[in-house]
Ligand binder design. Structure first.
Ligand code: CA
Length: 642
């Protein structure tokens, strides 16, 4: 099935207009010649500078030839192992040199492009790498992880701590003898990992890795190259590429797909990066006074509405799919991008493979310098079919908004019932949530979650809302919240380490906190094995019951209801008429967010009990004929109708 990844014929579909060159062909190597082509419409001249080594300061300078808005050069000798930069002249001034906007391999630190043969970057068996079977977005269970957090702990059992290669290690164990790493993810049952920024970012000095600097990586430098600090040898341009491919290949072998977190909405430095240096100002939006617009709150916002920025983003995601076999994308601050661009990306990706998942944050940090109605904001998602957005609705209903210290239904705060009902139906709208405006057209557009890398992790968030609560109660609240995520009709998403009762010690913005805050502590698996097993069982229950992932707006409208219930902080979520869809005739989930037991009445029937009192089992705890249950504090009951 290597044909699934034959790149060249497919990549052509990514080009949104007929043009002479592709941005992604900026540097194309063969032993006979290397050709360079770079776009810069306003340039008066462009130089190609070839360096024999990464450290050289003495380039061979070649004047590039103008071809419309493009600049080209061909060097007819074997340049493998050498480096290059470009330099453009605009308005009579030479701009700083840079590796080009579409560098695909770079030097240590990413200031020079590297001339490599991509054949050298393929791990053994790469030609037969295939995406694990997967069809519908709502069948996914996504696990969001940071490369370093996942393996850096001394107890991780992994050898290549903090590196891409750790993800390819199998047979690893915690000190207590439980599975860790990739085996742990297989045991948990997630279908996709979403890796925090793994393209080349600026904030880590790749030459001083022994300092163990930490960053999430939301500071893009070279969008089409893996981050050097995750490789075993960042000075070797092939190493980071081969090792990231090795990680993707290992995930695929384990049956897990890989989603990349992409951050096209801003760059680390608008004038210090290739986009700003090749074609100053073109790739960024500006305020009326000419200053840089800043919808990202990181100093600038890119202009996806500019034709070549849109083309850049489309070709970039296609590059990651075709060259690295990536299976999906999470767009950071997607609300900064215009709808047309997200549609172009969705079309290009789904032409390659309709099972590629695309979603993002349907918001921006501040208002972008572009009309709100034309942006890929959450409230506009119905006009961007095939692209999803994170649901702050279900998050806030379950654990509370990150802008408050209040909790949600899972931590016993009343008044969140309607928000939960809305979230369980994937924001499609339900008569049981009349005050919520639908924002999806399809359930696959709804990312159901309570926590991610941003803000507090779940344990800390629950503790914040209930400072006096016992650890046992916090664990029960945790299970209750994730039961809603994992039974919702949207696409469930969990943050790495929540299944091990991870804490960041109350740090709510750990983007550059040390490992002591961010690392997943693997010894917690044995300590909180009951919680881990609950997550595992809930994922198995979701997979076993298609009723929780109906995948169709009309089916959801027909089959999902919320029977009336007495008292606050209780929601009954009922999925009926499942003949031909599910092995159960109906599914009933009862959520009790109260700190005390409650009695709940529901339609009489014969049910297999899949979850109750903080325990879950895909096989069930036995069949009962009943019309009511006694719910323990902060718990969910799941009943499968016979
Ligand atoms: Ca870097």
């Amino acid at each position: 099935m290597a044909s699934a990844f034959i790149a060249l014929s497919i990549l052509s579909s990514c080009v949104t207009k007929v043009q002479q060159f592709r941005l992604s062909d900026e540097c194309v190597y063969t032993p006979e010649a290397t050709t360079f082509s770079v776009w810069s419409a306003p340039a008066e001249a462009v130089e190609l500078r070839i360096y024999k080594t990464a450290d050289s300061t003495d380039p061979e300078v070649i004047q590039m030839t103008k071809a419309g808005e493009w600049w080209t050069a061909k060097v007819s000798r074997d340049l493998k192992g050498q480096f290059y930069t470009f330099r453009s002249r605009t308005e009579g001034k030479w701009n700083e040199e840079n590796p080009g906007i579409f560098a695909k391999a770079v030097s240590l630190g990413g200031d020079k492009g590297a001339i490599i043969d991509f054949k050298d970057t393929n791990p053994e068996g790469w030609d037969s790498d295939v995406r694990p079977p997967f069809t519908r977005t709502v069948d996914a269970v996504v696990y969001e992880m940071h490369m370093r957090d996942f393996s850096i702990d001394e107890a991780s059992g992994m050898t290549h701590k903090g590196k891409f290669l750790a993800l390819a290690e199998t047979g690893t164990k915690t000190p207590e003898g439980l599975s860790s790493g990739l085996d742990h993810l297989r045991e948990l049952g997630v279908t996709h990992v979403q890796i925090l920024p793994s393209f080349d970012y600026a904030s880590i000095d790749e030459s001083t890795l022994e300092k163990n600097d930490y960053n999430w990586g939301y500071d893009p430098k070279n969008y089409n190259v893996p981050e050097g600090s995750y490789s075993t040898d960042p000075a070797d341009p092939v190493s980071r590429i081969k090792e990231m491919k090795t990680a993707v290949q290992a995930f695929h072998k384990a049956g897990i797909r890989v989603i990349m977190d992409v951050v096209y909405n801003h760059t680390y430095d608008a004038y210090g990066c290739a986009l700003g240096r090749m074609t100053p100002d073109y790739f960024y939006r500006h305020n009326e006074d000419g200053s840089l617009a800043n919808g990202s709150a990181c100093g600038n916002e890119t202009a996806s509405d500019q034709e070549m920025m849109r083309e850049f983003m489309v070709e970039s995601v296609c590059w990651w799919v075709n060259e690295y076999h990536v299976d999906g994308f999470r767009f950071d601050l997607m609300g900064i991008h215009d709808i047309e661009t997200m549609k172009a990306i969705e079309r290009a990706l789904h032409e390659i493979d309709p099972t590629i998942i695309v979603y993002g944050e349907g918001w921006s940090a501040t208002q972008p310098a572009y009309p709100y109605e034309d942006l890929a904001m959450k409230s506009n998602m119905a006009s961007v079919p095939g692209v999803g957005a994170f649901s702050d609705d279900i998050r806030d209903a379950l654990v509370g908004s990150p802008f408050t210290t209040d909790g949600g239904l899972a931590s016993g705060f009343p008044g969140r019932e309607e928000g939960l009902r809305f979230g369980l139906t994937a924001a499609l709208g339900t008569p049981s949530a009349p005050n919520y405006k639908p924002w999806t057209a399809d359930p696959s557009q709804h990312v159901s979650y309570v926590t991610c890398h941003d803000n507090y992790c779940l344990r800390d968030r629950l503790q914040l809302a209930r400072p006096g609560a016992s650890e046992k109660d916090i664990i029960e609240m945790d299970k209750l919240a994730q039961t809603a995520v994992l039974t919702s009709q949207g696409m469930p998403f969990i943050f790495a380490g929540e299944e091990l009762f991870r804490t960041k010690g109350g740090e709510d913005n750990s983007f550059k906190s040390p490992d002591s805050v961010n690392a997943i502590r693997w010894s917690q698996k044995a300590h909180y094995i009951g919680l881990f097993n609950y997550y595992k069982d809930m994922i198995a229950i979701r997979k076993a019951h298609p009723g929780f992932r109906l995948g169709d707006a009309k089916l959801i409208a027909d089959k999902v209801s919320f029977p009336e219930v007495e008292g606050e902080n209780v929601v009954i979520y009922r999925i009926d008429g499942l003949a031909g869809i599910d092995s159960a005739s109906s599914l009933t989930v009862v959520f009790n967010g109260n700190p005390k037991p409650v009695e709940v009445e529901f339609p009489e029937g014969v049910y297999n009990v899949l979850a109750r009192g903080g325990e879950a089992s895909v096989d069930g705890f036995g069949v009962i004929h009943t019309s009511h249950c006694t719910m323990s504090p902060y718990s969910a009951t799941i009943l499968a109708g016979e």
